[in-house]
Ligand binder design. Structure first.
Ligand SMILES: Cc1cc2nc3c(=O)[nH]c(=O)nc-3n(C[C@H](O)[C@H](O)[C@H](O)COP(=O)(O)OP(=O)(O)OC[C@H]3O[C@@H](n4cnc5c(N)ncnc54)[C@H](O)[C@@H]3O)c2cc1C
Ligand code: FES
Length: 282
């Protein structure tokens, strides 16, 4: 009986948002803003890189947003939000001291322990860099556990570059090979120009000791996966995070389902070998 009650409480807890307070707001681009949160009781979110939360704004609604920071001693967590509709618009209006509701963390996240000792090729297209920032911060915090780390980040134009100072710091202080590219030439840009796959030819990858971690817009995946395969990476060494419309976030409503997979619970992180047979449905 006691166990039943306990299970019932755990189940209902999944649907009850915890109040969290905004501690900082850092605009990144005209469309993306980073918001830092903390629970008033100082509790840790308890997340893994690549997991997401459901963030609730009273009177407006709820949206799944990736946690874009690594677990840290201050027990803060960051979300970077692109302004699209009602919920994300409201998140852009948050100020320090405001309170929101948080459910989660949800999803599987990246298995950072299984990647220890390997070379990493981290590939972020546009807002896809958001969930990868939690991975990169984690790797920076545990740098000795990983071998060579390459970060490829593509965005449309200079004004869309997020995390400008951090990218420079990862390159300078964290022994990471950071390569940036914009889609088309721009007066304010003297770096690489071309879609993200144009960064691959110069990259030296030793397939058995390398994992690629890929997050970006749907169109990017097929081209990046092709490049990874051309470099000799096996399908189970290509790891990706998928985005689907979600509602419950906990495998109950079927909203995020792709055939037999619930993206909210089985994912959002999958190896390509896990999902390639579902590719048409994705
Ligand atoms: C696991 C997961 C992690 C996510 N992480 C982030 C994140 O870190 N940062 C972030 O900004 N967004 C993220 N998103 C997307 C975010 O959840 C949606 O942008 C948000 O729900 C839109 O809500 P809204 O009320 O502002 O807009 P709505 O009024 O619901 O939609 C506005 C417009 O956005 C489109 N839209 C809504 N949801 C999505 C979606 N999932 N994908 C593509 N287009 C969509 C709609 O078609 C519509 O055109 C994530 C989604 C998932 C599933
Ligand atoms: S969002 Fe409800 S089952 Fe995944």
């Amino acid at each position: 009986m006691a166990l039943e009650l306990c299970q019932c409480d755990m189940e209902s807890d999944l649907y009850v948002p915890r109040p969290a307070q905004v501690v900082a707001v850092e605009p990144q681009t005209p469309m993306e803003t980073l918001v830092r949160f903390k629970f008033p009781d100082g509790a840790d979110l308890g997340h893994k890189p690549g997991q997401f939360v459901q963030i609730f704004i009273p009177g407006i609604g709820e949206a799944p947003i990736s946690v874009c920071s690594a677990p840290n001693a201050e027990c803060t967590f960051d979300l970077t939000v692109r302004k699209l509709g009602d919920v994300t618009g409201a998140l852009h209006r948050l100020q320090p001291g405001d309170t929101v509701g948080i459910r989660g963390p949800f999803g599987n996240g990246f298995d950072m322990e299984a990647l220890q000792g390997y070379d990493l090729v981290i590939v972020g297209g546009g807002i896809g860099l958001v969930p990868l920032r939690s991975v990169i911060q984690y790797v920076a915090d545990h740098r000795a556990d990983y071998a060579n780390v390459h970060l490829l980040y593509g965005f449309k134009s200079p004004v869309e570059q997020m995390y400008v100072d951090e990218l420079a710091q990862w390159q300078a202080d964290c022994d990471m090979d950071v390569r940036l590219t914009i889609d088309k030439p721009h007066d304010a840009w003297d770096g690489h120009v071309g879609v993200i796959t144009t960064l691959f030819p110069d990259l030296t990858i030793v397939p058995p000791r390398t994992y690629a971690l890929v997050v970006g817009p749907p169109i990017m995946y097929q081209f990046v996966i092709t490049e990874c395969r051309l470099k000799g990476l096996a399908d189970d060494h290509i790891i990706m995070s998928l985005e689907r419309r979600m509602r419950c976030g906990v495998g109950k409503c079927g909203h995020c389902q792709i055939n037999s997979k619930y993206v909210c619970m089985d994912g959002p992180v999958f190896t390509f070998s896990d999902v390639k047979h579902l590719w048409e449905a994705i």
